[in-house]
Design a binder for this molecule. Sequence first.
Ligand SMILES: *Cc1c(COP(=O)(O)O)cnc(C)c1O
Length: 453
Amino acid sequence: MSTKKFLLEEKDIPSAWYNIIPDMPNKPLPLLNPKTKDPLKTEELFPIFAEELARQEMNVTDSWIAIPDEVRELYRIWRPTPLVRATGLEKALDTPAHIYFKNESVSPIGSHKLNSALAQAYYCKKEGVTNITTETGAGQWGAALSFAAKAFGLELAVYMVKVSYHQKPYRRSIMQTFGAEVIASPSMSTRAGKDIITRNPNYQGSLGTAISEAVELAMQTPNCKYTLGSALNHVMLHQTVIGLEAEKQMEMAGEYPDVVIACFGGGSNFSGISFPFLRHKLRENSAVRVVAAEPTSCPKLTRGEFQYDYGDEAGYTPLIPMFTLGHNFAPANIHAGGLRYHGSGAIVSQLMKDGLMEAVDIQQLDTFKAATIFARAEGIIPAPESSHAIAAAIQEAEAAKREGKKKVILFNLSGHGLIDMASYDRYFAGDLANYSVSDEELKQNFKELEKII
Ligand SMILES: *Cc1c(COP(=O)(O)O)cnc(C)c1O
């Protein structure tokens, strides 16, 4: 057990994505049409999404969906990604636990987001789409999609959450380098944006608002589709390449995880690393635990309500059955911009409801502390989002130490933080704070939810 890094060859890049729905004991409730409240038909998604992506979204029967050669060819730029035994971190924590991480930060844009961006751009191109729109929080999804759009010759407009637009100017530069148009959201370029600015002129934006703007532009532009970087079933599907590779790599390491951990925004990197392992639990009753780590300031899984809600602020998206804080929830301006989302995907929400996964919440200062320990031990500076997973992994390793037990921990390093150094500066200067949400505030938001369930 002296090897630290477990590498696959290009031929080991998965040839199919794993769809967990056929293996779920209870399927996710159907999406609903926002106007009629009737279960949504696949065709109703066609005006917004590429048709093949809409079909993947609604597919509850096929466990495996072939990855197109054109997408797999582009995956070869950086996949397979390494699995690393974090021996430095184990030593720093003086824990009997074995800690492994899947390093998705090695993608050209620095996060897991490219796994789905390339797939989505490919299907749009194949169907004759010329323009695509999207939203981005911290800028990771926008950056990934900018490269994917360029790779397939599509024009892209990105609505970027205003607070991140100013906090993370380099992500904007990256998107512009790849040729995308970037607009700070809320903007005056859409009705949804104008409405919100009129109500609250200083609003710094949220993913929910940016989604409304991007959907509105897509619906008003000919030959234009909208794309989403998280929460939806087809995004979870594309991300399973992470866990499918990790499954083989854990075998190479001769170990099997007791617990699989990922940070949680809308659930895509969490689903990506955990669903292939959860499949062992669902099919063969393996004892693996899967844990989502979310910010205390945006606690949809640990304190949200399971209810139908919109994926966006203005209510343009289908109604999604999910754990939500309410689509009007305005999260604090934490530096993990990619985790500032009010809701969660339909699949993970059902898994959570059925007790097949767990969630923990992590305070902002604990994430930066964990990030610093990890960076000093492993030489990689993690994204503030990923640091939630690291903090949760450290908690698990410390529990193993207290109990004097060996435990195998696997977490996903969803991205690096080299473009987030301003956040680290603020942490070292003592300028960062913890944020919690009061029960009152949550109750207020829950009141605004329609009680469909
Ligand atoms: C977007 C992002 C996340 C959160 O999104 P999920 O869909 O929940 O994975 C986490 N980490 C990084 C680095 C991201 O860019």
